[in-house]
Design a protein around this ligand. Structure first.
Ligand code: NI
Length: 246
């Protein structure tokens, strides 16, 4: 092998070596880049999670209040199951009762009142107050007031008009305060405990009024799970008078 050939061979070896070095070096740089990227992503995910947990823990205050309300009862079985569950948890609620269902269940109304729940009027036979005569509307309201006062000794101050409509003239005439709602999981329609719980818990915020119906077992079960989950999030359950008069 002459000197020129040796020189060429050395040049080729050197070239190959430099190629290999460049390849490995760039591979290391690339791997470092990817690994940094993954780490920063993981860090940012865990930071976000911690932040939101911290924020929610920090905002657990005595002032985070919410009202469970139940329409269309009382029901001789499900309302009692609900009252038992609420008592166990120390949770207060508001019941907008129908005169027709309350007439033979005055003991349930009495128990509601004694256990610190609020009772409001939901008319006698679930009429749409704007679609019946004024006389009929007033009778629907007054008859139900009499049943509530007769059972508990307390005259109701609040009304939830069926379908949410209360003509102004009737409001003045009856001197009842209308109470609507801010969270409606349509429990009477879905009849599914899980979906009612998810709907309410995902939307709940300070000052909300939750609409449920204690004539369905799925709704009663949902209400008790909602009470547990929102209590764990720092909510206090209050009656609607406490919410509106804070
Ligand atoms: Ni109703």
């Amino acid at each position: 092998m002459n000197i020129i050939k040796l020189e060429k061979l050395l040049k080729n070896v050197f070239f190959l070596l430099s190629l290999l070095i460049t390849f490995f070096a760039s591979d290391i740089v690339y791997k470092d880049y990817v690994s940094n990227k993954i780490n920063s992503c993981l860090n940012s995910i865990s930071c976000e999670t911690t932040d939101s947990v911290n924020t929610s823990n920090d905002s657990i205050p005595a002032t985070k209040r919410i009202a469970l309300t139940f329409d269309d009862g009382p029901h001789p079985i499900y309302t009692i199951k609900l009252l038992d569950g609420l008592k166990e948890r120390g949770v207060k609620a508001t019941f907008f009762i129908l005169g027709t269902n309350a007439a033979n269940n005055s003991d349930i109304l009495k128990r509601m009142s004694e256990e610190g729940h609020l009772i409001g009027n939901h008319t006698f036979s679930h009429v749409q107050l704007s679609k019946v005569s004024v006389d009929k509307a007033i009778n629907e309201i007054n008859d139900t007031n009499s049943i509530i006062e007769g059972s508990t000794g307390v005259a109701p101050r609040f009304i939830r008009p069926p379908y949410g409509s209360l003509p102004r003239s009737l409001q003045a005439e009856t001197n009842l305060i209308p109470v609507l709602w801010s969270i409606d999981p349509r429990d009477w329609c879905v009849l599914n405990t899980d979906s009612v719980v998810k709907h309410v818990v995902s939307k709940a915020k300070d000052g909300d009024i939750i609409l449920l119906h204690d004539i369905f077992e799925t709704s009663v079960d949902a209400a008790l799970i909602i009470a547990d989950q929102l209590s764990a999030q720092g909510f206090t359950f209050v009656t609607v008078d406490q919410l509106t008069e804070k």
